[in-house]
Design a protein around this ligand. Sequence first.
Ligand code: PLP
Length: 450
Amino acid sequence: MFSVQSREVTDLLRTDLKHLIHPHQPSWATDRVIMVEGQGCRMTDATGREYLDATGGLWLAQIGHGRAQIAEVAAAQMRKLEYFTAFWDFSNDQAIELSERLISLAPERMAKVFFTSGGSEGDDAAIKTARYYHYLNGHPGKNWILSRHTAYHGLAYGGGSATGFADMTEGQGPHLPHVSHLTPPHSYRSHLFDGEDVTDFCVRELEQRIQQIGPENIAAMIGEPIMGVGGFIIPPADYWPRVQQVLRRHDILLIADEVVTAFGRTGSWFASPDLGMDPDIIVTAKGITSGYIPLGAVLMSEQVGQVVTSGHGYPVGYTYSGHPVACAVALKNLDILESEDLLAASRTTGDLLYQLAAPLAEELEIVGEVRHAGMGLALELVTDKETRAPLPQPGLGVADVIRDQTGVIARVSSPTNLVLSPPLIMTEDEAITAVAAVASVLRRVRPDGT
Ligand code: PLP
């Protein structure tokens, strides 16, 4: 049999360019980093070059790469029961156990779990759930979804319509109707708020939008507790509590998209309670398995869960809902997060990352602000601290330069934030290396981006 490992790098590259489509990568960009191995925070590519993973893959490698225990659990589960459906009256022990475990970790009102294969499926399911809930309660017109600009809720059609980046949805419309986007609570971008208090502005805009659409027509608001892809935007402390109050008054459900924030990324199992959210539905994925296998989970309150499973049954389902191998892996991943106290590590190492990075806002003209929660860190890149104008291209290619010159994998998250979201197991030395690499390259970027 042909072994991928034995193929020449040039052949792999040629074949990749010929056949493989990568999300968000244009065909004229022909660089590839072909990963073949990961251990802890260290990655190795097909040429043998080593990297330090400071992005946790894509916000998710909480327990680090290359854990043999996970491989063993997956193999054992495959030998025992690799798959059976969870549709209708079929179930499996791993899905049952994981649902119980998730509810024990989740915010108090969560009572029911529906499994998906990832975040986009979860966001779609959550939107359908909110609409169906109101439909079964006798309000079929209550189907609008409120979201925010620069929100990211995946790229399937439902969640993708709630995603607030025009370039990600351009040319694929019409999208899901009845979705309306609000201003994100991004305090640093103060020009958005005309000098008004951020929360006052956002709550007033929310109230106005609800009146325009009609509260009797709105099913839910979907929001990330902290906006990840949007640049790790941490809202003011009173933002979610006040938004929540308004939603409650109008019987509008709150969907917390915790695909990035749950399972330790911000130092807690779930970020919602820390930010004053009391959601009716929570969407998770990513850190639930640390990326060892695709899995997502949509959690809902007893009330929502009861309503949407009445009648002819919950009308959402995927072949891989409750996949026993994925659920077994998730259970082991949660064991590791717990036994190694990785939520505390997220807070401690996250604080260290912040302490190391924060002085860059004083030192460098192009670093406007440094923000963090747990192991999520963002450096807002600007061309002018006074006007806070975003750093123009080519400065935004800085993550590629950091990777190519230092081997540290960082990311520019839309629109102008350099973001680190490392595995929660990252050591102090690795954290120091990561920030030093970022700083060394940022020191050479001029405010015009060159
Ligand atoms: N929701 C949020 C907040 C995300 O950050 C992501 C992915 O980054 C998604 C949903 C989509 O998840 P997936 O890529 O697993 O479909």
